[in-house]
Design a protein around this ligand. Structure first.
Ligand SMILES: Cc1cc2nc3c(=O)[nH]c(=O)nc-3n(C[C@H](O)[C@H](O)[C@H](O)COP(=O)(O)OP(=O)(O)OC[C@H]3O[C@@H](n4cnc5c(N)ncnc54)[C@H](O)[C@@H]3O)c2cc1C
Length: 476
């Protein structure tokens, strides 16, 4: 990859590590020390160790530490997987199904499955969960989000701790503050260009290029805007990335004074066939919250989202309830009452005002908004407004506000049974850098672990195949 010079960034990145001299051992470089890169490194290291195979496994991470993405996940609690994950939850279900099936088969034949046990009800047939069980992670299901799995300690550090211990046990080398800019194939090896950053920073004595026999490319999402894929990466088809699992910007006329307000809703977008229940958070620019994050995988700017603010009740039930309430208010007060009184104790006044503004805008008797006198027609319109509070989507959330980027390496370029790139034997891709995304709830980390493990197991199978061939030829 080529990148504009960024001297300041180079100084910050190149702070932690003395990069080692190259050796002639069979070397696997993992580019990116996030979830999928660590999973791949653990698998390769463990298989090599169990089979007494001499493989040097190196993680090159541009950040200050490995696993930072794991620590920030799930608000520091790491929703690391989900019970009963199915491929249909992802945007590329056929590809994902092939990957999961391949992993299930490869995993049972690998030495990665020896379990350290699990609390009652926790164990699973799933390869990713069995692997975590082998590392010693103990987990529980979220009480709020059915099926979402978190470490028993409720801390992401527990996940990183078991992974780091496995990397140590398997002798995986980790180097932080090193950014790989370009990867080229030279003869049958890969040359990784570590760019200007090292020469300019404190790692001046380190090599500017590093060679590997095989590479696992695990750099996560969103290609930087100033980066053009070249070399090995340029041979792959890149789908432009857009931020997903983030908030949505909407027209804001009805959102005045709602910032920070949360509501349990059903969110629909009929244009995209999306309908899901969950918590929504009003923001000055639009809407956020888990249900909105999930919607952001489907909704496009220009679409209308419809918020049902009383999802547990039908329109008829709601209307009947409001009419009855109105009748009681009439009896009790003996004079006409307003929408403010009708909705008091039901919706917060700011939201009540937006509901009236949205639903009763065309009603001549409701020109005073919340302080207008209640009418039968008004109650009917208000009930509809509560069940279908509509907002026009103007844009997606920014990259920084979003958990994921959709896009990246096309699934057409990746062998789903191994994670190897079709055009580059020995070059594996894993995790979010592939054009696969899933909903909130542990699906995306699960994808990262699954692809990392499959790449690691496949890479070692390919390595053993190549070693056998070269042995057989040398015997001739
Ligand atoms: C705030 C937040 C919370 C999240 N919470 C959850 C959650 O609870 N559950 C869930 O399932 N998903 C969650 N996700 C999504 C999840 O973190 C990702 O899907 C997952 O980390 C992807 O794994 P990965 O290995 O592909 O990439 P990452 O884990 O992002 O790792 C990529 C690594 O590569 C490094 N890197 C990038 N480029 C280079 C380079 N050129 N050279 C060297 N190193 C490089 C990066 O610094 C990074 O460490 C969350 C995301 C965010 C942003």
């Amino acid at each position: 990859m080529v990148r504009r010079k960024d001297k300041k960034a180079a100084k910050t990145q190149a702070s932690t590590t003395e990069f080692p001299r190259e050796e002639s051992r069979f070397t696997v470089v993992i580019v990116g020390g996030g979830a999928s890169g660590i999973a791949a490194a653990c698998a390769i290291g463990k298989i090599a160790k169990m089979n007494f195979v001499d493989v040097r496994v190196v993680i090159l991470e541009r950040g200050r530490r490995i696993g930072a993405s794991i620590l920030r996940s799930g608000n520091g609690r790491c929703n690391f997987s989900h019970e009963g994950i199915t491929p249909e939850a992802y945007n590329r279900p056929v590809f994902v199904e092939q990957v999961f099936e391949a992993l299930d088969t490869a995993f049972t034949l690998s030495p990665l499955a020896e379990s350290l046990g699990q609390l009652p009800g926790g164990s699973s047939e799933d390869a990713v969960l069995q692997w975590f069980q082998s590392l010693g992670l103990v987990w529980t299901e979220s009480a709020q989000n059915e099926g979402a799995l978190y470490p028993f300690s409720n801390k992401a550090t527990s996940v990183l701790e078991v992974l780091a211990a496995e990397l140590d046990r398997c002798g995986v080398e980790r180097y932080c503050g090193i950014e790989v800019f370009n990867i080229a194939k030279i003869s049958d090896r890969y040359s990784l260009d570590l760019g200007d950053a090292l020469a300019e920073g404190e790692l001046a004595q380190s090599p500017q290029a590093f060679h590997a026999d095989m590479v696992v490319y695990a750099v996560g999402g969103a290609l930087r805007a100033d980066v053009q894929p070249t070399g090995v990466l340029g041979a792959l088809d890149w789908i432009p990335s857009v931020p997903v699992l983030g908030p949505l910007q909407t027209d804001t006329a009805l959102l005045k004074d709602l910032d920070g307000m949360r509501a349990k809703v059903r969110l629909r977008c009929t244009e995209r066939g999306f309908s899901e229940e969950g918590e929504l958070l009003f923001r000055p620019y639009g809407v956020s919250g888990i249900v909105v994050f999930d919607a952001s995988r489907f909704v496009e700017p220009g679409d209308t989202i419809v918020v049902d603010l009383a999802p547990d009740y039908s329109l008829d039930q709601l209307e009947e309830f409001l009419f009855e309430r109105s009748r009681v208010l009439m009896r009790r007060n003996g004079y006409p009452h307003t929408y403010r009184e009708l909705l008091r104790g039901f919706f917060l006044p700011e939201l009540a005002e937006s509901l009236v503004a949205s639903g009763l805008a065309e009603l001549p008797s409701a020109t005073d908004g919340l302080d207008s006198e209640v009418s039968g027609a008004g109650i009917t319109l208000l009930s509809t407004s509560i069940k279908a509070f509509s907002l026009k989507v103007t844009d997606r959330g920014s990259v920084d506000q979003s958990q994921l980027s959709r896009g990246g390496i096309s699934v057409e370029d990746v062998v789903p049974t191994t994670m190897e790139a079709y055009v580059n034997p020995g070059f594996y891709v894993t995790g979010e850098v592939i054009d696969v995304d899933g909903p909130c709830g542990g699906y995306n980390l699960h994808w990262a672990w699954a692809t990392g493990l499959l790449a690691g197991i496949s890479l070692m199978q390919e390595h053993s195949f190549r070693s056998r061939i070269s042995r057989d030829y040398s015997d001739l």
